[in-house]
Design a protein around this ligand. Structure first.
Ligand SMILES: Nc1ncnc2c1ncn2[C@@H]1O[C@H](COP(=O)(O)OP(=O)(O)OP(=O)(O)O)[C@@H](O)[C@H]1O
Ligand SMILES: [Mg+2]
Length: 342
């Protein structure tokens, strides 16, 4: 349990800047994600928090005290990597107990702590098995239990689920959330999976090219991204360029009332796939769109429609529309976001 502050941190490798002026504050017991594409500096940030690397500039504080002079083992931050890195010659019990033995904790305290963790990860009956006898998900649970054994103030998870299949991944996400809440442990999760970040995080730091582009709640990041580049991290949307005149967006053959009083000569609106609604076309309806593509994905169907000169992408729970169907089209205008950047 600890607050973490990353203050104006920069880091270069071989004179190429990998992190540029990173600022993140993490509250006690909060789970935040570092989300961004490969190479953007996520693992480097995690290693700086753990003390595996040191920043070139800036400071890192745990509970308002700088930890830069503290070695990794003195920081009370436990890191779990994508590869489980269990000790192959030790059984599960010994793997989890390892950190406690290094700290010379009395045997009976080690026993009770390891038993509690084995129960939490639901592997009490497997404690004499060796890592090679476990499934991927079981190994990952042991790795997390081993990290938690020493009662770390901060749990650092570097893409811990990416090698698991989708069902196991969902199970492990729930498991980590349960443990994280149970022990109220400040957690930083590194992921490049937007869905994982949205599901798990209290807040997400969106990283691109070594910078934090927006640090916000999942809801705000999805609904109100500050820039198009942040919006694009959270999936494909529709963009239309035009002008805004007293709150009415106007482009070729499109008028959408955004219900405000603002005016801009040049803006670009962003419409999410779920904010375009198809309805049965009526005779006198002028907003007619024609289905051009259909992709059924089970719980929803993606359609591409031609609307005037535009091609729009949308998702719908109606899976019964076919290519060539003419539908009337509406926008959830209150969810439309716009950017004035060039
Ligand atoms: N020890 C190092 N020496 C030199 N360059 C490094 C070192 N560690 C990382 N880098 C470089 O720094 C950049 C950021 O690496 P980092 O591992 O932080 O990325 P990441 O966001 O975790 O990517 P991924 O999602 O692929 O794991 C990359 O260009 C990488 O090549
Ligand atoms: Mg990485």
């Amino acid at each position: 349990m600890s607050e973490v502050k990353i203050l104006s941190v920069s880091k270069s490798f071989n004179s190429s800047k990998v992190l540029n002026n990173i600022n993140i504050d993490i509250k006690n017991g909060e789970l935040i994600s570092l989300l961004g594409p490969s190479g953007c500096g996520k693992s480097t940030t995690l290693k700086l928090i753990a003390g595996i690397l040191n920043p070139d500039e800036g400071d890192i504080l745990f509970d308002n005290k700088s930890v830069l002079k503290l070695k990794t083992e003195k920081r009370d931050a436990a890191i779990v990597f994508q590869e489980y890195l269990l000790f192959p010659h030790m059984n599960i019990y010994e793997n989890i107990a390892f950190g406690l033995k290094v700290k010379k904790i009395p045997k009976k305290d080690v026993d009770s702590r390891v038993s509690e963790l084995l129960e939490t990860i639901k592997l009490s009956s497997e404690k004499y098995k060796y890592p090679s006898e476990l499934s991927g998900g079981q190994k990952q649970r042991v790795a997390i239990a081993r990290a938690l054994a020493i009662n770390p103030k901060i749990l650092l998870l570097d893409e811990p689920f990416s090698s698991l299949d989708i069902n196991l991944r969902n199970e492990m996400r729930e498991f980590v959330l349960e443990i994280q809440k149970k022990y109220n442990i400040t957690t930083v999760l590194v992921t490049h999976d937007k869905e994982e970040a949205l599901i798990m995080s209290d807040r997400i730091a969106v990283m691109l090219d070594g910078e934090i582009k927006q640090f916000d709640t999942p809801y705000n990041l999805y609904k109100s991204p500050k820039t198009k580049e942040v919006a694009n991290i959270f999936g494909e949307r529709n963009y239309i360029k035009g002008k805004l005149i007293n709150g009415v967006f106007k482009a070729d053959n499109i008028n959408i009332d955004l219900n405000n009083n603002e005016s801009y000569e040049e803006i670009e609106i962003m419409i999410s796939k779920e904010d375009i609604i198809l309805d049965e076309a009526k005779e006198n309806n002028c907003n007619i769109a024609t289905i051009a593509k259909k992709r059924y994905v089970g719980d929803k169907t993606y359609y591409e429609v031609k609307y005037n000169d535009y091609t729009l992408k949308l998702s719908s729970t109606n899976d019964g529309l076919e290519i060539g169907d003419n539908m009337s089209l509406k926008f959830n205008s209150h969810n439309i976001k716009y950017f004035c950047e060039k």
